[in-house]
Design a protein around this ligand. Structure first.
Ligand code: F6R
Length: 591
């Protein structure tokens, strides 16, 4: 959700290539427009263009500056355009912003009445104009004055030709500082700094910093100098490459086995703390957004079946506004790949303020969610670049499985945990053998795809539907198989495909009924299954995607691989770029 990158180096150095490379690595945060501003001998030079970061390349060949800031945009206020692209300039001030300024209309009206003019439709330009008015020779003083007038969220970087510095501020949008060999960096996220620096500091909400070629002076919200711990930069350049795959989505799908395996290994480091945190638990609420919420639906079943603890699953955006009943003994499990999703972080904050314990399940150990939580269950999926989540989802399911076992008093060397240890190999086998090509062809030609399942298969149906619509733009819905006849059947026609997921032998007959109902209405049908009888029943009448047999509680891992691959193949058939779905960004740090 917008990525920003900045770099400052010593005399004669050039910061422009570094911020350009940083932007390319942050593109998963938005790709509506991109821009770079650099302090050059002639003043400040700005290049900004609608579209992906690469569109800047032909225009920055001759651009050179010891200081540069850059931005890749996910449009919120104002359409994607050259004018709405960042950096925004007012007077000699140049600014990039990630976040949303909620009172920008009020501020814009006031500033317009006072004679200021605006070029863009963005909320961010208002900050640049305010800053210019507040600037009288000190970037830090102007920044402090400016942010006092803002309501909302921001990660800001500001430069001007008068000072050899970058001023930054952070509130509710992520920002890190990186310590390079002969330069200092600032960015939204670690991948931007891969290969550039091995150590970073994570800024806290309310922090300001002044970056110079010699280092970073950091101040807290009360303007007291503070030290923010230096931590290793986990992003590694090699890991961020495509590694011979045509898309990150396919590469990351092939990393599902490693994600499950590494999440399993990492769990032993937190097991005892998890047991302590859940001791005396009476109720669990699992929350997250999108795919993370879908992992939560699987997790709910684990907590109830393994540990017998009543568990609710709710999307974080709903949880926050639903007046949740939190009593003594409530644990809220907040799931997020990025650990920065605004609704999930705020849901965790709300839960804490009402006296619940919060357990984070995340891929991002330095994230806002990790910092808030009482304990974090690590999802060791590695960097996920494709906007659509794949390996993080399966990693989250593995993490929730182990957490539920720990709450149930089963150790990570117990029988059920051992079944998870077999899953990386089984997922690898699934990736190798699963054949969704013909089903992808059916989906690509259809007017709508309906995913159905019962119990855990229903949770995977929700995820399959989200993934397909996200990367292929085909209308889709995921719902419980039993609900078909209560409404959705009206939509079934020869132009629709219904995909029924069946991995629980005990429920197979009932789910096959749904397939029959679809066929009776002349709809196209497919099953994704590991139950032999289902295949025998439906051969020749429905498309069959075969999964390897496994424990019913772990079947969502293999089924997830199949639905993710289906979404990928469908998108590719339709010539969509699955890594950069239209209108989306990976890390949704605004509400
Ligand atoms: C879908 C997808 C999104 C995210 C959601 C939450 O493929 O990636 O639905 O799952 O935006 O993001 P995180 O997990 O970072 O909180």
């Amino acid at each position: 959700m917008c990525g920003i990158a900045g770099c400052i180096c010593g005399k004669g150095g050039n910061a422009v290539p570094d911020v350009y490379e940083g932007l390319k690595r942050l593109e998963y945060r938005g790709y509506d427009s991109a821009g770079i501003a650099a302090v050059t001998d002639d003043g400040v030079t700005v290049v900004k263009k609608r579209g992906v970061v690469e569109k800047l390349f032909p225009h920055i060949g001759g651009m050179k500056g010891e200081i540069a800031i850059a931005h890749t945009r996910w449009a919120t206020h104002g359409k994607p355009s050259d004018t709405n692209a960042h950096p925004h300039v007012s007077g000699g001030i140049c600014l990039v912003h990630n976040g949303i300024i909620e009172n920008y209309c009020e501020l814009k009206e006031k500033l317009s009445r006072e004679g200021e003019t605006f070029l863009s439709e963005t909320d961010s330009e208002v900050i640049a104009v305010l800053f210019k008015r507040n600037y009288s020779g000190s970037l830090t003083a102007a920044l402090i004055k400016t942010v006092k007038e803002l309501k909302g969220s921001y990660a800001l970087m500001v430069i001007c030709k008068e000072e050899h510095k970058i001023a930054v501020a952070k509130y509710k949008s992520p920002l890190i500082i990186g310590y390079g060999k002969d330069r200092i960096y600032c960015a939204s996220d670690e991948p931007a700094l891969a290969g550039k620096c091995s150590e970073i500091s994570v800024l806290e909400d309310g922090d300001f910093a002044l970056l110079s070629e010699d280092g970073a002076e950091i101040f807290d919200s009360r303007l007291r100098p503070v030290a923010r711990k230096k931590q290793p930069n986990r992003a590694v350049s090699a890991e961020l490459s495509l590694g011979g795959y045509p898309h990150y989505m396919l590469k990351e799908l092939h990393e599902v086995p490693a994600s499950v395996k590494n999440t399993f290994s990492a769990f032993s480091g937190v097991e005892s703390e998890i047991v302590k945190t859940f001791s005396g638990v009476k109720r669990i609420i699992v929350t997250g957004c999108g795919t993370a919420y879908h992992a939560g639906l699987v997790g709910k079943r684990y907590f109830e079946s393994f540990a017998g603890i009543p568990t609710d699953a709710e999307t974080a955006g709903e949880f926050r506004y639903s007046e949740p009943v939190i009593t003594d003994g409530t644990v809220v499990v907040a799931i997020s790949q990025s650990g920065e999703t605004a609704d999930t972080v705020e849901a965790a904050r709300l839960a804490l303020s009402r006296g619940a314990k919060v357990v984070a399940v995340t891929n991002s150990p330095y994230s806002a969610l990790t910092r808030l939580a009482c304990v974090t269950v690590p999802v060791a999926a590695g960097a996920e670049i494709c906007v659509a989540a794949t390996k993080s989802y399966t990693g989250q399911i593995a993490a929730l499985y182990l957490t539920a076992l720990a709450v149930a008093g089963e150790t990570a060397d117990g029988e059920r945990a051992a079944r998870l240890a077999d899953m990386p190999a089984l997922c690898a086998k699934t990736i190798e053998n699963v054949n969704v090509s013909s089903l992808a062809h059916m989906c690509a030609k259809s007017k709508g795809v309906y995913f159905m399942g019962r119990d855990l298969d229903y949770a995977v149906a929700r995820e399959g539907s989200l993934k397909l619509k996200e990367v292929s733009y085909i209308p889709s819905e995921g719902y419980p198989a039993g609900e078909l006849k209560h409404g959705t059947l009206a939509l079934i026609s020869p132009k629709t495909v219904s995909v029924v997921i069946i991995t629980d032998k005990a429920l197979a007959e009932k789910s096959v009924n749904a397939v029959e109902q679809v066929l009776a209405r002349k709809g196209k049908a497919a099953v994704i299954t590991n139950v032999d009888d289902v295949e025998d029943d439906l051969k020749g009448r429905a498309e069959i995607v075969r999964l390897p047999r496994c424990d019913k509680f772990l079947a969502p891992l293999a089924a997830a691989v199949a639905v993710q691959e289906l979404a990928y193949r469908t998108a590719v058939k339709l010539r969509r770029n699955p890594d950069k779905p239209r209108n989306l960004a990976k890390s949704v740090t605004v509400e």
